[in-house]
Design a protein around this ligand. Structure first.
Ligand SMILES: *[C@@H]1O[C@H](CO)[C@@H](O)[C@H](O)[C@H]1NC(C)=O
Ligand SMILES: *[C@@H]1O[C@H](CO)[C@@H](O)[C@H](O)[C@H]1NC(C)=O
Ligand SMILES: *[C@@H]1O[C@H](CO)[C@@H](O)[C@H](O)[C@H]1NC(C)=O
Ligand SMILES: *[C@@H]1O[C@H](CO)[C@@H](O)[C@H](O)[C@H]1NC(C)=O
Ligand SMILES: *[C@@H]1O[C@H](CO)[C@@H](O)[C@H](O)[C@H]1NC(C)=O
Length: 397
C-alpha cells in the first residue's frame, strides 16, 4: 500500500512537471525519475505523460521499462561526471532548474554543448552495455561474439578502434597486473595476438547492444527536434564521438585457471572501465574541439577556417564560441562565477584570478573545532584533544 501511494505521488510530480517542461529529455536525469520502478502496472500512464520525449522514446519507455530506467540512471551519471570534470572551471555544468536542465546553453552549439552531447550518448551506451553483462536486461546478455583475428573488437564497432587493451589477472594468488597489448596507443590498430593460453570466455559487456540503444534513443530525436541541418549534423557527430570514446576504452579482463596459482589457461573477456576514464578522455577532446562550418555544396562539415585543426569522427565539434561564463547571462546559459569558492594558488584551474575574472575575491575566516593529537592507549582506546582550527575560504566577488 505504501509503495502504491508513493507511485501515485510520483505520477503527480511528473504530470505537474511535464506541463512546465520545455522538451528536453535530459530531464530524465532528475531524482524523481530515478525513483521510478519498472514493476508497476501503470507504466503506460507514466510513459505517455512524458510529453517531452519523442514518440519512439515513449515507446521504449512502455515496451522496455528496465532499459528506460537504466537510461534515466545513465543521464544522472553523465551530469555527475560533467560536474566533476568541470568543477574548477568558470562553467561548472550546473543545473539551472527542474524544467531547464542546462539552461539556454544547450541551444547554442558551443564546445560545452558538444561535451554534454558526447558525454550523454557515451553514458547511455556504457550503462546499457554493462547492465547487459550483469543480466539486468532481458533483451540482451553477455556479448558472446569472439573477435576475429584481424579485428579483435570488430563485434563492438564498425570503426577502427585504437584499442587500449589490458590484461588483468584477477586470481588472488597472482598479483594484480595489467599488460598493454599495444604499447603505444598512437600506433595504428593491430590485432592483439592471442597470448599463450589465452581463450575467449567469461561475460563481455555488450557494446553492440549499448550502441544500438544509445543511437536509437538519442540520435533518433534529432530529426524531430532539430530543424537546422548544420545543428543536426553537429549533434549527431558529437553523439558518435562519445560512443567511440567508449569503444576506445574497451579492456580485456582475464582470469587464470590452473593448479595452485599457475596460469596454464587464461580466459579473457571484454569489459568497460569506470565511466570516469571516458569522462576524462572526452574532457580532453573538449579542450581541442574544432569550430566548423557547413559546406552546403558538398553537404559536409569543414573547419571554420582553413588554418584550423582538421577533425575526425573521434573529435568534438562546435559552431558558436563559448561565452566567457564570467557574468550571469541567462540568455547564453551562463550563471556567472559570483559567489564561487576559489583557490589562492596561482595559475591553477580553480584559482581566484581565473575563476573570479579579475573582479577579486572576499575572504571569509571561520574557526572549526576538531579532534587533534590523537593517541592510542593500550588497549584499545584512542584519546584526542579538541583543537580550534582557523579556516580561510575565498569567494569570488
Ligand atoms: C528555469 O529557468 C529558466 C531560465 O533558464 C526560466 O526561464 C524558467 O522560468 C525557470 N523555471 C522554473 C520552474 O523556475
Ligand atoms: C537496433 O537493433 C534493432 C534490432 O536488432 C534494429 O532493428 C535497429 O535497426 C537497430 N538500431 C540501430 C540504431 O542500430
Ligand atoms: C583522429 O584525430 C586524432 C587527433 O585529433 C588522432 O589522435 C586520432 O588518431 C585520429 N583518429 C582516427 C581514427 O583517425
Ligand atoms: C556552480 O556554479 C554555480 C554558479 O556560479 C553555483 O551556484 C554552484 O554551486 C556551482 N556548483 C558546483 C557543483 O560547484
Ligand atoms: C585548492 O587547491 C588545493 C590544492 O590544489 C586543493 O586541495 C583544494 O581542494 C582546492 N580548494 C578548492 C576550494 O578548490
Amino acid at each position: 500500500m505504501y509503495l502504491f501511494q508513493q507511485q501515485q505521488f510520483i505520477i503527480i510530480i511528473f504530470i505537474a512537471f511535464v506541463q512546465v517542461s520545455s522538451a528536453f529529455w535530459w530531464s530524465l536525469s532528475l531524482p524523481s525519475f530515478q525513483l521510478w520502478t519498472s514493476t508497476q502496472n501503470d507504466q503506460e500512464t507514466f510513459c505517455s505523460s512524458l510529453t517531452f520525449l519523442t514518440l519512439q522514446q515513449r515507446y521504449l519507455c512502455q515496451t522496455s521499462p528496465k532499459i528506460f530506467s537504466i537510461i534515466s540512471r545513465s543521464l544522472r551519471q553523465a551530469i555527475e561526471e560533467c560536474q566533476y570534470q568541470f568543477r574548477n572551471q568558470r562553467w561548472n555544468c550546473s543545473i539551472f532548474n527542474q524544467s531547464d536542465i542546462f539552461g539556454k546553453l544547450i541551444l547554442r552549439k558551443t564546445p560545452e554543448t558538444a561535451f554534454i552531447y558526447a558525454l550523454t550518448s557515451a553514458s547511455v551506451m556504457h550503462s546499457i552495455a554493462k547492465a547487459c553483462a550483469k543480466g539486468e536486461i532481458t533483451e540482451c546478455g553477455c556479448d558472446k561474439s569472439q573477435p576475429s583475428p584481424t579485428s579483435p573488437l570488430s563485434s563492438t564497432s564498425t570503426s577502427p578502434i585504437r584499442a587500449r587493451t589490458m590484461l588483468k589477472y584477477q586470481t588472488s594468488s597472482i598479483p594484480s597486473m595489467s599488460i598493454s597489448l599495444f604499447p603505444s596507443s598512437s600506433s595504428p590498430p593491430q590485432s592483439p595476438q592471442p597470448m599463450d593460453g589465452f581463450e575467449w570466455g567469461g561475460c563481455s559487456d555488450d557494446l553492440k547492444f549499448g550502441r544500438n540503444i544509445s543511437t536509437s534513443f538519442i540520435d533518433e530525436q534529432e530529426s524531430f527536434v532539430t530543424r537546422r541541418r548544420i545543428v543536426r549534423m553537429v549533434n549527431l557527430h558529437n553523439n558518435e564521438a562519445g560512443r567511440q570514446a567508449v569503444e576506445r576504452n574497451v579492456q580485456l579482463t582475464c582470469k587464470c585457471h590452473g593448479v595452485s596459482g599457475s596460469c596454464t589457461l587464461r580466459v579473457c573477456w571484454r569489459t568497460l572501465p569506470d565511466f570516469r576514464l571516458i569522462g576524462s578522455e572526452l574532457r580532453t577532446k573538449y579542450a581541442s574541439a574544432t569550430q566548423i562550418r557547413l559546406n552546403r555544396r558538398l553537404g559536409l562539415l569543414k573547419p571554420r577556417k582553413n588554418s584550423m585543426k582538421l577533425f575526425n569522427t573521434t573529435d568534438l565539434i562546435y559552431i558558436h564560441n563559448s561565452p566567457s561564463f564570467c557574468e550571469k547571462n541567462l540568455r547564453l546559459g551562463s550563471l556567472g562565477t559570483q559567489g564561487r569558492e576559489c583557490n589562492l594558488t596561482m595559475n591553477e584551474p580553480g584559482s581566484c584570478s581565473v575563476l573570479c575574472c579579475d573582479r577579486g575575491y572576499e575572504t571569509i575566516i571561520s574557526t572549526i573545532e576538531e579532534d587533534c593529537e590523537c593517541q592510542f592507549h593500550w588497549c584499545c582506546e584512542v584519546r584526542c584533544k579538541r583543537c580550534i582550527k582557523r579556516v580561510e575560504k575565498h569567494f569570488c566577488k
